[in-house]
Design a protein around this ligand. Structure first.
Ligand code: 48H
Ligand code: FE2
Length: 254
């Protein structure tokens, strides 16, 4: 069969335009495609909640791809082992309670779970601002193409509406900092020293609605709270993503 190049181009433009229009209003927008955002998205999607994951980079996976110092392995502790099982991620027990898995497999399986759960992905898309109107809630995201941001071009953005936003942007806690920068009473303390045990224990407590309509998860939750960092152990990221999904589902009555 000969192939029509214009049909190929038209298929992509038409399909992605349809998806973008469909997601101009959604239940939950997850900002950041690292482990916490992916776990959260997959578990929200499994509950039939309409959600999209917005990732500024070309590839999904955030800091999980790199494992520990570019060794593509991650460690997950006992408390989160059931989530490795849930997502079908293989692991080996290195020492009692310390499980080691391939970071490539972990990212791939989490991403596949989110895709299977009906989550839409908008990659190469940067969240540059949020929408807050009269009710004082974060009710939408201001987005632009990452290459536009990188080139410093003056191109105005689009806005997507959502009932809840999840800040899963990792160390930088980007969405929280955007809200803080507007002179609100939200204060982002910044992450503390390396202390894995404490960081991993406290992350669930920090996974919460930090501003009306805005929930923070993963490393961003610890960064907002001034909590410690943990290095390449990822159980807390998965548990925090799961907790954020449960919290938002409950608020949505689902
Ligand atoms: C769209 C954005 C924007 C934006 C950033 O860093 P991540 O992997 O985040 P977590 O919290 O799921 O996982 C943290 C983990 O990877 C880690 O770094 C750990 C455990 N560190 C411990 C330590 O001691 O160092 O992913 C965040 C994602 C990235 O993919 C960014 O590209 C993306 O968010 N992102 N997406 N719009 N404005 N800002
Ligand atoms: Fe990190």
């Amino acid at each position: 069969m000969d192939l029509d190049e214009v049909t190929i181009s038209r298929a992509i433009v038409q399909e992605q335009s349809r998806v973008l229009l469909e997601y101009m209003e959604m239940d939950v927008a997850i900002v950041g495609g690292g482990p916490s955002g992916l776990a959260c998205a997959a578990l929200l999607g499994e509950r039939g909640i309409k959600c999209a994951l917005i990732e500024k980079k070309l590839s999904i996976g955030g800091g999980m791809w790199g494992g520990g110092m570019m060794f593509p392995r991650i460690v997950v502790q006992e408390e989160a082992r059931r989530l490795l099982d849930r997502f079908g991620i293989a692991y080996r027990e290195h020492a009692p309670g310390y499980y080691v898995a391939s970071s490539v497999e972990a990212v791939s399986k989490l991403t596949a779970a989110a895709c299977s759960a009906g989550v839409e992905f908008f990659n190469l898309t940067t969240v540059e601002d949020v929408m807050v109107k009269g009710d004082g809630r974060v009710s939408g995201l201001v987005i632009n193409w990452t290459p536009v941001e990188m080139a410093g071009l003056h191109v105005d953005p689009f806005t997507l509406a959502c009932s809840y936003t999840i800040d899963a942007t990792g160390h930088d806690a980007v969405v929280a900092r955007l809200v803080e920068a507007k002179g609100t009473d939200l204060a982002v303390k910044g992450e503390g020293f390396m202390w894995a045990g404490r960081a991993e224990t406290n992350i669930i407590r920090h996974t919460r609605e930090i501003y009306p309509g805005l929930v923070v998860t993963g490393m961003a939750a610890n960064a907002v709270a001034g909590e410690n960092r943990m290095g390449p152990i990822f159980g807390g990221m998965l548990l925090s993503g799961e907790f954020a999904a449960g919290l938002v589902a409950e608020r949505l009555g689902r």
